[in-house]
Structure formats: C-alpha cells, structure tokens
Design a protein around this ligand. Structure first.
Ligand code: SAH
Ligand code: F3S
Length: 461
C-alpha cells in the first residue's frame, strides 16, 4: 500500500533519539482522566522532545514532572491533590526539580493553584502546551509560571503525538477540542474551552502515519465528535469517518464520544456501510427522566433518545451500546431514579460508566440548583444502577456464548503469559489461549464462557 505521507519519525525513533543524548533533561508525565488527556499527554511528549527533553518512566530520575489532570468530579481532584502530597518528599530531596500541573484541574483553578499547592512551579491549561518549554524556563529562574489561556482555534493539528506507552496496535487521534454544549453539571466547557475541529488533512496524515507504523485500530476522539465540522460543513463527522475508514480496510476505526442530540442517521448509515468501522457506540444518556434531562440541559427527551437507539438497532442490529449515568442530580426524585433504571432495561446497555453527581463550582447547576440529594441516597441509587448494569452486561455477554468473533489482539492477559486478550468490533474484551497468535493479529475467537466483565474463548480457524 502506498501512502502520500512525507518522511517522518515514528514515536519510537523520537523517544530513542532523545534518550541517546546523555545531557537531555528528563521528563516524567503522569496522566489522569479521560482518553483526551491520554492523547494530550502525547502532544506534550512531542513538544518537550522537540525542546530537547528525554522521556522517563521513573519519577525519581525526572528533572521535570507533569501531572495531566481531570476536574470532572471532585474525587478526581482530591486524588490529584493527594498525589502532589506524595511528590513533596521528592521535591525536597531533589534541588531544581520542576513540577507542573496540566489539564482540566489546572485550567479550573488557575493562579489559585500555585498559592494552594506550594509544590507547583507550573500551571498550564489544555490549550497552553506549545508554551511548556518556555514555562519550564521561567520556572527554572524561580518564578511560578502560569498559562491558562484558552484558544478558539488551537488543535495541535500538525504536532505528531509521541505515543510512549502505546501497544503499537491501538491509538487515539484527536479530531475536535472543547465543548459548546454546556450541560448544566459539567465543568468541561470551562476547562477545555470552545468547540473547534481539527483540519481533516492533518487527521488523515496522522492516521496514515500510524498505520504505516503497524497500528491496526484508531479511535477518533473529541468531547462531542458529532459536532466535527470543517470549513462550514465541507467535511462533517460522517464524512471524516468515511475518509478514515477508506484509508485501509484492515484498520479498525472507533470514535468517542457521541452526543445523542447531534448523533445523525448519516453517521449510523456510514457505520453500517463499512466493515472496519467498529459496531460500538458510546451514547451517554445521563438520566432516564425527562425532568432531569431538562434540568441537565441535555437538549433531548427520553423518547427522543430511545428513538436514536431504535435507529441504531435498525441499521446495525449487532451494534453494542454503552452509556454514562449520573445518579443523584439536583432534585432527583425516586421516580426520576426509577425512570433511569427502566431506560437502562429498555435499551439493555452492553456497558456503562456510572457516577454519583458531584457539584462543580461555576457550572450552571452549581449557580442555579441545590445539590439536594443526600449522599446516602446518591450512593444507594448509584449502587442500584451499578447492580442493574451488571445484570445487563452479563445478559449481553451470555448472548455471545458460542459465537465466533474477529478479535484484534492487544496484549497479554493479566493472569497468564500463555493467554492473550483483544476486543471484538463491539468493544468487548475477549481472553483466549495464545497458540501461535501475536499482538496486532486479527484472530477468530469462539466464545466458550462469559462473566459480566469479559468473554473467554479459543482461537478457531
Ligand atoms: N463529552 C464528554 C463527557 C466528559 S465527562 C466525553 O467525551 O465523554 C464524562 C462523563 O462524566 C459525563 O458523561 C458524565 O456522565 C460524567 N460527569 C460529568 N460531570 C459530572 C459531575 N459534575 N458529576 C458526576 N458526573 C459527571
Ligand atoms: Fe460535558 Fe455535556 Fe460537553 S457532558 S463535555 S458539556 S457534551
């Protein structure tokens, strides 16, 4: 296969070259939160390697430590504050060690952070990563360095991410940044700024590059991928999906996250049309109650959402569907909660991410509603949601017993080096005996037994 890509260096080559320079200062990056943060840390790696740094896995030998953070729930922030505490000892031991906080928590708290957390030398928001080398220089002079400017157009389009912890099989490629949806509970529009789309040429180039390195699966990333829009509609999300799917039929395409209101029939039909677009949709519903959905400012109703699900099932009968649920949002009644449970049953989700509502300062909900569901009730409802999903996941997996799936091998199973794991198109994890399969292979696996979390099977010819 011939690619129209220019000479470029792979992540491995760039990491090795940087490591070859004995004088290179060492950078350690720790990433919390969503896939977008994982992808952003790869941009940070790239920017810092270009500035002469080498990457390290060992926090003890680092000259610069970056913590890429999440702010979506309070417990995410508490975890990060605890981590900073733990790094204090290291900071005391090592003179000149620079510690920076990046990402959403940095953006949310801004300058306040360098006062609250003495350990921090740098605070940089998600749109400030090109300036990290300058921020480090400033910090080296003993000044605190803060850049939390948000941008309307930054997409890091031409920066080739350095994928350090990659398995060389699956990769994330970011296609949009920011979010304009302003769901009432969500801090992301404040921490990641306005919605913007990355130039499709740079996306396709990056996808072709990583395919040439041997990657077999690409996940297109954005807070709301359905809003992808280049040049006033010249390329929409369905168009971009089509273009990436056509690069190579042996390379799988996934995407995340979809937004019910913006998820078009055109996207569903495009998924149905291409075998290599995976049959899996993450379509966060948040609640099954119209009153809650309205208060959450989600812009759709329960009926409308269920209609989306019916359309998906009509065009893609074998499509797996997952969701996000928030339990205990402001004013949630027992009936609202029951509506969520009944919607979950009705859709029969294959998988779900489930959370207790956590009030985030300055969001619409924090400014206008009372966080009035007590913690006990939030916990109890969340537990009911989790218990139901476990049942639904098991039911979904039971249906796969005896079926044969094409599985892309991603790595060794945690339990044994005689077993591999991979995913089917529906994004389900399958574990099986290795035989002569290798990481990166497609193999056909017959499912023999299941739990609510995984499928167990064997390779068949
Ligand atoms: N569109 C984004 C959503 C980011 S937040 C994406 O790309 O996935 C991920 C999930 O966290 C949301 O779907 C929601 O279920 C949950 N969440 C967001 N804000 C929350 C809050 N204040 N409390 C609890 N859960 C929240
Ligand atoms: Fe958050 Fe809603 Fe956007 S959940 S990321 S404001 S789509």
């Amino acid at each position: 296969m011939i690619f129209d890509i220019k000479e470029y260096k792979t992540s491995k080559e760039r990491i090795a070259e940087a490591a070859n320079n004995p004088d290179a200062p060492k950078l350690y990056v720790e990433t919390y939160g969503c896939q977008m943060n994982v992808s952003d840390s790869e941009v940070v790696n790239s920017v810092m390697i270009d500035a002469g740094y080498a990457l390290t896995d060992d926090v003890n030998e680092a000259d610069v430590i970056f913590i890429n953070t999440c702010a979506v729930r309070d417990n995410a922030e508490q975890r990060i504050r605890n981590r900073l505490q733990a790094l204090n000892a290291l900071k005391k031991k090592k003179k000149g060690l620079i510690i920076g906080m990046l990402g959403c928590m940095a953006e949310r708290l801004k300058e306040k952070l360098v006062r609250e957390e003495q350990i921090l030398d740098i605070v940089a928001g998600p749109d400030a990563y090109r300036t990290l080398p300058q921020l480090v220089k400033q910090a080296e002079t003993g000044q605190k360095a803060v850049n939390v400017l948000l941008s309307r157009d930054e997409t890091y389009a031409e920066i080739s991410p350095v994928r350090k912890d990659a398995n060389n099989v699956t990769a994330f490629v970011s296609i949009t940044r920011g979010c304009d949806n302003m769901c009432a509970f969500c801090v992301v529009p404040f921490t990641r700024g306005r919605e913007r789309s990355r130039n499709p040429e740079s996306i396709l180039r990056e996808v072709k590059e990583i395919i040439s390195e041997g990657y077999k699966e690409v996940t297109l990333l954005g807070q709301n991928v359905d809003k992808y829009n280049w040049n006033n509609g010249e390329v929409n999300f369905a168009g971009l999906l089509r273009m990436t799917a056509e690069i190579n039929p042996d390379v799988r395409i996934r995407f995340s996250t979809s937004y019910p209101q913006d998820f078009t029939d055109e996207v569903i039909k495009t998924m149905a049309e291409y075998d290599n677009i995976c049959k899996y949709i993450h379509l966060p519903v948040q609640s099954g109650s119209d009153a809650m959905l309205d208060k959450m400012k989600r812009g759709y109703t329960r009926d409308w959402y269920l209609n989306r699900i019916r359309t998906i099932k009509k065009y893609i009968p074998d499509c797996a569907i997952s969701t996000d649920i928030i339990s205990g949002f402001c004013g949630e009644t027992e009936q609202d909660h029951k509506d969520t449970l009944s919607l979950m049953e009705e859709v029969s989700y294959d998988f779900a991410y489930m959370f207790m509502y956590s009030e985030r300062p300055n969001t619409y909900a924090a400014r206008n509603y009372k966080d009035d569901t007590d913690t006990e009730t939030k916990k109890r409802r969340l537990n009911e949601v989790i218990a139901l999903q476990q049942k639904l996941s098991l039911k979904s997996n039971e249906k796969d017993r005896g079926k044969i799936f094409e599985v892309l091998v991603e790595g060794y199973s945690k339990r044994s080096d005689k077993q591999l794991f991979g995913r089917n198109s529906q994004n389900k994890v399958i574990i099986f005996d290795k035989k002569d399969a290798k990481i990166g292979d497609y193999v056909n696996v017959k499912v023999n037994s299941v739990t609510s979390a995984t499928l167990l099977g064997e390779i068949v010819k």
